[in-house]
Design a protein around this ligand. Structure first.
Ligand code: GSH
Ligand code: FES
Length: 153
């Protein structure tokens, strides 16, 4: 430790500050907001917290995620999206709730799955199709329309 301090004094000092700030932040979300997010997450089998709406995503990461969900064939009846740009409190609280620092955030059956990068790699590996299929969240084979994306307008 002493050797570290001598060799990397500038590394050790800044590390302690974000940790302290984080422990203060984790007490910040009110019970009401936590309950509201619990309800949002439980409102459909597939829930996306995003910037903008499925029809008009307002960020490339949200657009890419909604597009992937559409291509997987997520059933609109099994899907709910929450626009964090309409609710600054939700935008911050969802990060604490999931312990994930960015938007979009995907939940399937109330379980946090990940953000855009995770969803993209799960789509490539086939894991996303498996998770959505297990959640019974895909449109039946004979139906045509999945989640509306801006590509389908
Ligand atoms: N690598 C991220 C990309 C998403 C991202 O970086 N989102 C940023 C810019 S949209 C974000 O949410 N920043 C915090 C905020 O805007 O509140 C992922 O896999 O989802
Ligand atoms: S809003 Fe700028 S990258 Fe998402």
């Amino acid at each position: 430790m002493l050797l570290n301090k001598i060799l990397f004094p500038k590394v050790i000092i800044p590390i302690s500050r974000p940790l302290l700030f984080r422990s203060q932040m984790t007490r910040f979300m009110s019970t009401e907001i936590r309950k509201a997010i619990d309800d949002a997450v439980a409102s459909a089998p597939v829930v996306l917290f995003m910037k903008g709406t499925p029809e008009f995503p307002q960020c490339g990461f949200s657009r890419a995620t909604i597009s992937l969900l559409g291509k997987q064939g997520v059933d609109p009846a099994k899907f709910a999206a929450f626009n964090v740009l309409e609710d600054p409190e939700l935008r911050e609280a969802i990060k604490e709730y999931s312990d994930w620092p960015t938007i979009p955030q995907l939940y399937v059956n109330k379980e946090f799955v990940g953000g855009c990068d995770v969803i993209t790699s799960m789509a490539t590996s086939g894991d996303l199709a498996d998770v959505l299929d297990e959640a019974n969240a895909l449109v039946p084979e004979e139906a045509e329309d999945g989640v509306v994306t801006d590509e389908k307008k």
